[in-house]
Design a protein around this ligand. Structure first.
Ligand SMILES: *Cc1c(COP(=O)(O)O)cnc(C)c1O
Length: 458
């Protein structure tokens, strides 16, 4: 029996608390209720079709209801859905760990599973912290802090929020958090008083170096989102910044944690973003695209030097006392394996790189719209910063309702995109065709244009 939209709408508003959502506004709106998906499209309960320009929150790789992924899930569920990794192993988690060791940079080879990106980050932080204590608890007694970038986003659990730098989300929780030292993130568009990209990069690296010079004895690690700070508004870092961070970590004997949750699995045109600068972190967190957008799974990978510091007799308590009920879940791990196999078989990463190149010319047209301040792109991660005034770079106030109208216009035209503050973001399904990518940009263009026209009428 088909449940009418009106019932679903009422129950959604009555019982579901949506993430990152002002529920008062939400309850005054007409919710989009998705019923099914196919390829690059989602369909609502009324049968309306939407191009998934948000990859269902940056996760979808091969499209919705992908036959080979569906089949992998069915095959696994007919064997077993879940058994624990505490005290026993399982087949898909072994095969996936081996695969991750093969495809990640350098000698990263020890995989710790979890189920959300935030947990993968939290695990990286806890491993980094305990690593120094296991090596020499006295000598490294002071290494209790982390450096992270301004506007960093690493997830929403308390540890991940502690290294976060997005004031809007994180301010209220300050009293609950552990110490972090903030370092400026390169944001050339809003740091142009410093000069060009190169100058901004040098400035940010010199600030990081000053922090390390003074504090390295207190620092367990530096955590960064490699190449692109996603949630901050698709801040694309200048070339060489990540490499510079790596070199500083090595000179000052602190660990480098790369949070590849958003950028991993092909999103930026290489399988992992840190490959582009030939960077090998000590710890890497992965999530989002790992199962192709099918199931919650995340992983933290590290190398032998760190892993070996946790080896000892039981009574030495070098053990990493951390785990989650669903750690290494078979359904999720078998989907991740199939996802990676399909990425390789279909040459998807090279394809993303080429599609992104072709798309970039198309994106330039957005500058015809007077409220477009900057268009930022790395691979298939795109951010369009909307400004009231191109010279002052002033942004619209929330009450002016400019950004939300653009998003709504796009939805009315059959495209799902979202905003991050004043930045309209497009994160298409990675397997989207050139035609679909063009359609995504065209609809976005027209959605902004309509708002521009209404502004000039007022
Ligand atoms: C989304 C994201 C996270 C958090 O992942 P969840 O699965 O939402 O917990 C962490 N780091 C980065 C860079 C992200 O983009």
């Amino acid at each position: 029996m088909r449940i009418p939209y009106t019932d679903l709408e009422q129950w959604d508003k009555e019982y579901v608390w949506h993430p990152f959502t002002q529920m008062k506004t939400y309850r005054e709106s007409k919710p989009l209720i998705i019923e099914r998906g196919m390829g690059s499209y989602l369909y609502d309960t009324e049968g309306r079709r939407y191009l998934d320009g948000y990859a269902s929150l940056w996760v979808n790789v091969h499209g919705h209801s992908e036959p080979e992924l569906n089949e992998a899930l069915i095959q696994q569920v007919e064997k077993v859905a879940h058994s624990t990794l505490l005290g026993s192993a399982n087949v898909p988690s072994i095969l996936l760990a081996k695969k991750l060791a093969e495809i990640t940079p350098g000698s990263l080879s020890k995989v710790f599973y979890s189920d959300t990106g935030a947990a993968a980050v939290e695990i990286a932080l806890k491993i980094a912290y305990q690593y120094w204590k296991n090596l020499d608890a006295e000598k490294y007694a002071g290494k209790n802090k982390f450096i992270s970038l301004n506007e960093a986003y690493h997830g929403d659990t308390v540890g991940a929020v502690s290294v976060g730098g997005m004031d809007l989300f994180h301010r209220i929780f300050r009293p609950l958090l552990f110490d972090r030292l903030p370092s400026p993130s390169p944001y050339p568009y809003r740091m142009d008083d410093l000069g060009d990209e190169e100058a901004v990069k040098d400035y940010c690296l010199s600030k990081l170096e000053s922090l390390l010079e003074i504090h390295s004895a207190e620092i367990a690690g530096v955590i960064v989102e490699p190449l692109v700070q996603g949630a901050a508004g698709i801040l694309t870092h200048p070339a060489g910044f990540l490499k510079g961070v790596e070199q500083l970590c090595r000179s000052y004997d602190v660990l480098l944690i790369c949070d590849e949750v958003a950028v991993g699995f092909g999103r930026t045109g290489t399988l992992f973003a840190c490959e582009q600068e030939d960077v090998v972190p000590d710890l890497m967190s992965m999530g989002k695209g790992i199962t192709g957008g099918y199931m919650p799974l995340a992983a933290t990978i590290t190398h032998d030097k760190i892993f070996n510091a946790f080896l000892g007799e039981r009574e030495e308590h070098k053990t990493f006392y951390h785990g989650h009920t669903y750690t290494g879940n078979q359904l999720a791990c078998s989907l991740a394996l199939k996802n990676i196999e399909l990425i390789e078989k279909r040459g998807l990463v090279a394809e993303v790189y080429e599609k992104a190149e072709r798309l970039s010319a198309k994106l330039d047209a957005l500058y015809e719209l007077p409220i477009v301040g900057e268009v930022r792109q790395r691979g298939l991660m795109i951010g369009i910063e909307i400004v009231k005034d191109r010279t002052t770079k002033e942004v619209f106030g929330v009450q002016e309702d400019v950004i939300s109208r653009i998003i709504q216009n796009a939805r009315d035209k059959g495209l799902i995109i979202r905003e991050l503050g004043p930045v309209i973001t497009m994160m298409p399904v990675l397997s989207m065709s050139d035609e679909e990518l063009s359609m995504m940009v065209d609809i976005t263009y027209r959605s902004i244009q309509e708002v521009v026209q209404s502004l000039s009428v007022r």
